[in-house]
Design a protein around this ligand. Structure first.
Ligand code: PMP
Length: 357
C-alpha cells in the first residue's frame, strides 16, 4: 500500500505515469534502448518534445502567438531570465511580494534594474494576497506568483496591467484551474508539482514581447535562442520532459484542466471544511485567498502536536509538516492527489478530536 503523499514538491504523480516512465527507462518505444540512453536528436525523442509542447498548448488553450519552452535551472533561473529578457535598460519592473519565492524573484530583478514592490503581505507572514495596489504606468512588466506554495495563498484575480506586461510564476498551480492565458505575457513553472519530475521548467511566452530590451543576453538565458532551437539549444532534460509529456497526456485523458479544476475544488472544500469545523485546528491563510493546491493549518493548542503526529503517521500519511519558515501543517493536494487520500487525512483529524476530548 503506497503512502498518502501530501508532499509540497517534488510531489505525487499519477501511478500510471510512474509505471510508464519506469518501463521507458528500461525499453523505450520497443527500441531495446532506454529513453535516457538515446540521442535527444533521435526521431523518437523529437516526437516526445513536440508532443509535450502541443499538449501544453492544448491543455492551456493557448492562442496563436504564444510559444512553449522546456528549459532547465528551475523556476529559480526564471527569476533572472525574466528581467534579462523583459526589463529594458534603464527600465523598471513592479513586483507583488506574496512570499519567499516572490521575494527571491524580485531580488534577482534588482540585479538588472529598478524594482518597485507595489504590494506585499509580509506584514502578516504572507497569509493573504494584497488587493489594494496600483500598477504604475511606467513599468515594463508586473510580476506575480499565482500560488504561494509555502503559505497556501492563491491569486483569484490578477492585476490589470494595461501597457505593462504581465509575468506569472505558476510553479505550484499550473494546469490546476482554467485561466485566460491571453492576459499573461510570460508564464513559468518548475515541473515538479503538477507537470512532472524536477529537472525541467515550463515557459509559455508571447512571441512579440521578446527582443525589445537592447540588452546583451547570455545565450542560455535568452528565450529567443531557446525558441529558435525548439528547446534543444543544448541537451534537454530528456527524462523530465518525457514524464511531463506522460502527465499531460494523463490530464488530457481525464478531461483536461476544466475537469481537474472541478475535482481540485471538491478536494480542497473537503479539507477546508474539516479545518473550519474541528476546534483543534485553525486555517493559516485568509479564507478568501485560500489555495486549492496547498492547504495550510495550525493546531489551536501546539502542545497536542505529538498526539496528532502519531495519528497521521499511523494512517500512512506523508509530507504534511509545514514549511520550516511557517511551522504547523501543509497538505499539498496537487492534481494527482486522489480525494480518497484527503478523506484519510480528514478521518485522522476527526480521530485526533476524539482522542483529545
Ligand atoms: N516558485 C514557486 C511558487 C515555488 O513553489 C518554487 C519551488 N517550490 C519555486 C518558485 C522554485 O522552484 P525551483 O526549485 O524549480 O527553482
Amino acid at each position: 500500500m503506497k503512502k498518502h503523499n501530501f508532499s509540497a514538491g517534488p510531489c505525487i504523480l499519477p501511478q500510471e505515469v510512474l509505471k510508464q516512465a519506469a518501463d521507458a527507462v528500461v525499453n523505450f518505444n520497443n527500441l531495446d534502448l532506454s529513453l535516457i540512453e538515446i540521442s535527444h536528436r533521435s526521431k523518437d525523442f523529437v516526437a516526445v518534445m513536440e508532443n509535450a509542447r502541443s499538449l501544453v498548448k492544448e491543455l492551456l488553450n493557448l492562442p496563436e502567438g504564444y510559444s512553449v519552452l522546456f528549459l532547465q535551472g528551475g523556476a529559480s533561473l526564471e527569476f533572472l531570465m525574466t528581467p534579462y529578457n523583459l526589463l529594458k535598460e534603464g527600465g523598471k519592473a513592479a513586483y507583488i511580494d506574496t512570499g519567499a519565492w516572490a521575494a527571491k524573484a524580485l531580488k534577482e530583478a534588482k540585479l538588472l534594474g529598478d524594482v518597485e514592490v507595489i504590494g506585499s503581505s509580509k506584514d502578516k507572514t504572507y497569509n493573504y494576497i494584497p488587493k489594494n495596489y496600483t500598477v504604475p504606468s511606467n513599468v515594463d512588466y508586473v510580476h506575480v506568483t499565482s500560488n504561494n506554495t509555502i503559505y497556501g495563498t492563491q491569486f483569484k484575480e490578477f492585476p490589470k496591467t494595461d501597457d505593462a506586461l504581465l509575468v506569472c510564476d505558476m510553479s505550484s498551480d499550473i494546469f490546476s484551474r482554467e485561466l485566460d492565458f491571453t492576459k499573461f505575457d510570460l508564464v513559468y513553472a518548475g515541473a515538479q508539482k503538477n507537470m512532472g519530475p524536477a529537472g525541467t521548467t515550463l515557459v509559455v511566452v508571447k512571441d512579440e514581447i521578446l527582443g525589445k530590451t537592447s540588452r546583451n543576453i547570455p545565450a542560455m538565458l535568452d528565450y529567443q535562442v531557446h525558441l529558435s532551437k525548439d528547446s534543444m539549444f543544448n541537451t534537454p532534460p530528456v527524462f523530465a520532459v518525457y514524464v511531463s509529456m506522460l502527465t499531460l497526456q494523463w490530464l488530457k485523458d481525464l478531461g483536461g484542466v476544466k475537469a481537474i479544476e472541478k475535482l481540485n475544488k471538491e478536494k480542497a472544500a473537503l479539507l477546508y471544511a474539516e479545518i473550519d469545523r474541528n476546534p483543534l485546528f485553525k486555517g493559516f491563510a485568509e479564507v478568501e485567498d485560500r489555495s486549492l493546491m496547498n492547504v495550510t493549518f495550525n493546531l489551536t493548542d501546539e502542545s497536542t502536536g505529538e498526539v496528532f503526529d502519531k495519528i497521521w503517521n499511523e494512517a500512512g500519511i506523508s509530507g504534511i509538516k509545514g514549511h520550516r519558515s511557517v511551522g504547523g501543517y501543509r497538505a499539498s493536494i496537487y492534481n494527482a492527489m486522489p480525494i480518497e487520500s484527503i478523506q484519510v487525512l480528514v478521518n485522522a483529524m476527526q480521530q485526533f478530536e476524539k482522542e483529545i476530548k
